[in-house]
Design a binder for this molecule. Structure first.
Ligand code: TRP
Length: 468
């Protein structure tokens, strides 16, 4: 029997054998749905196409792939592993695993706590736009090939302060309500139902886009590299995207790992999540770029690609109105699972570290998020002039997290696991205490976590921020 089939049969046979004092995911499939639900999100549908379009297409994709394999995957395994071993929130995990360390490793958890608020600050707003666009698409308001009209519709939405706040708070209430149901009844159940729907819808839209006349140019943009566009900054953006995409560097995967079952095969789970997430990104790219080129729209418009360009693309294809509604529904679905996982980091910390009930922890987090988030929600209207380093709150939250906090968090986790925790404990954790015979995998992961990931993160960060 291979390691994989062994773990799978273990998943199936002992579904209810672990007594759970702490809430957690109940089945192997549930773990996969929730973890994949965290990774797949607006990062695939909004960020990935926008950044790929802005940074030259295939060459960027290749750098992103390398960052995902050499840094993202090992950091994800490391996070899930320490989370499951400690069975605690993102701050207590480090306290429990390194009680006598001179360096305060728990700061990694505190940084994650802060990053969760900053990411949710802008993420809830983009999610709000996506939800609003389901309605806009259904009403036919944006069903036009005139980019001036779709652009005006987007500007009208984002520069309306009352509406921006209302949709953001609406999103927060929705996510909060699911989170209050708990880990297994809220997060696991929701993501298990929604993830298959998401895949199905995305394939449908992708096939439609690929069968358009002239789709080939878009595919070439996505898959034929031109390396002249690659600079140190672009590499940092690609690595930031790898962290953002796989929900790494801020304790999300530590927290979710703490809900994993003991018999879960972590390297296999992480690899599956990485591959499935990549598939969704590529499907989103395949849905978007052929259509963009077929209709002669510029691929490099950036963050507004999803809201200004995409509607014109849909408007110019047969049955475009139906596909557009479907597309924004699937984007909304993707956003929900991701936001649940972002919320879970502060909720778990307040719940366990500060002994608040899950309900109160969620309520407090939501109120704080509404405050932090409103700065981003209003950044195209009331607070547009409040800037730091020339960036408004929305852009600043995005930049600070993807380019600094997440890579730094990932660096600390990799160094902690590789150099403080060490090979022996890691081997016990990844082999499920000797049950799995996966020595080769463990050695490879260890080398990546101890040497490759930290060195790459350091070089890419310093170079990308212009420090050397
Ligand atoms: N991965 C999600 C996306 O692509 C976003 C996300 C969820 C995230 N949890 C995270 C990003 C934790 C960074 C850290 O949309």
């Amino acid at each position: 029997m291979t390691t994989q089939s062994l773990a799978e049969s273990a998943d199936k046979t002992s579904a209810s054998s672990t007594p759970l004092t702490r809430d957690g995911f109940t089945t192997g499939l549930g773990v996969l749905a929730a973890t994949l639900g965290s990774a797949v999100g607006l990062g695939n549908i909004w960020k990935f196409p926008a950044l790929t379009g802005m940074n030259g297409g295939a060459a960027f994709l290749l750098v992103y792939l390398l960052c995902t394999l050499l840094v993202g995957l090992p950091v994800m395994i490391a996070e899930q592993m320490i989370g499951r071993t400690a069975r605690a929130d993102a701050i207590r995990t480090f306290r429990k695993l390194a009680p006598n360390s001179r360096f305060p490793w728990w700061i990694t958890g505190v940084m994650g706590f802060a990053a969760a608020f900053l990411i949710m600050g802008f993420y809830t707003e983009v999610a709000g736009w996506v939800f609003a666009y389901v309605v806009k698409a259904a009403s036919g308001e944006i069903l036009t090939t005139d980019a001036a009209v779709t652009s005006q519709a987007f500007v009208d939405l984002i520069s309306n302060p009352t509406l921006s706040l209302l949709i953001q708070w609406g999103i927060l209430i929705l996510i909060g309500a699911i989170a209050m149901l708990g880990v297994s009844k809220g997060i696991e159940r929701t993501t298990k139902r929604l993830m298959p729907v998401l895949f199905g819808l995305l394939v449908l839209v992708g096939v439609r886009s690929l069968t358009l006349p002239g789709a080939g140019e878009g595919l070439a943009f996505l898959f034929k590299p031109d390396f002249s566009a690659i600079t140190g900054e672009v590499v940092l953006v690609a690595m930031g995207l790898a962290f953002f995409k796989l929900s790494l560097g801020m304790g999300t995967m530590v927290t979710y790992g703490s809900y994993f079952r003991d018999d879960q095969n972590i390297p296999v789970t992480a690899t599956r999540v990485m591959l499935a997430d990549l598939t969704v990104s590529l499907l989103a790219g395949i849905a978007i770029f052929p259509a963009v080129f077929a209709f002669g729209v510029a691929p490099e418009v950036g963050p507004s690609l999803l809201f200004i360009t995409i509607p014109t693309v849909f408007a110019s294809m047969p049955m475009g109105n139906v596909f557009m509604v479907v597309f924004f529904i699937l984007s909304s679905i993707a956003a929900i699972g991701a936001m649940l996982s972002l919320l879970e980091v502060p909720v778990a910390i307040l719940n366990e570290q500060f002994s608040l009930s899950r309900r109160n922890a969620t309520l407090i987090t939501l109120v704080a998020l509404a405050l932090v988030g409103s700065l981003a929600a209003l950044s195209n209207s009331v607070t547009a002039d409040i800037t730091l380093f020339g960036k408004n709150a929305f852009d600043l939250y995005d930049f600070l997290t993807s380019n600094i906090l997440l890579p730094l968090g990932g660096l600390m986790i990799a160094v902690f696991v590789g150099w403080v925790w060490g090979f022996k404990k890691m081997k016990a954790a990844l082999s499920n205490n000797g049950v799995l015979h996966n020595d080769g995998v463990i050695t490879a992961v260890f080398l990546l976590v101890k040497f490759v990931a930290p060195v790459l993160i350091l070089i890419i960060m310093l170079n990308g921020l212009g420090l050397f």
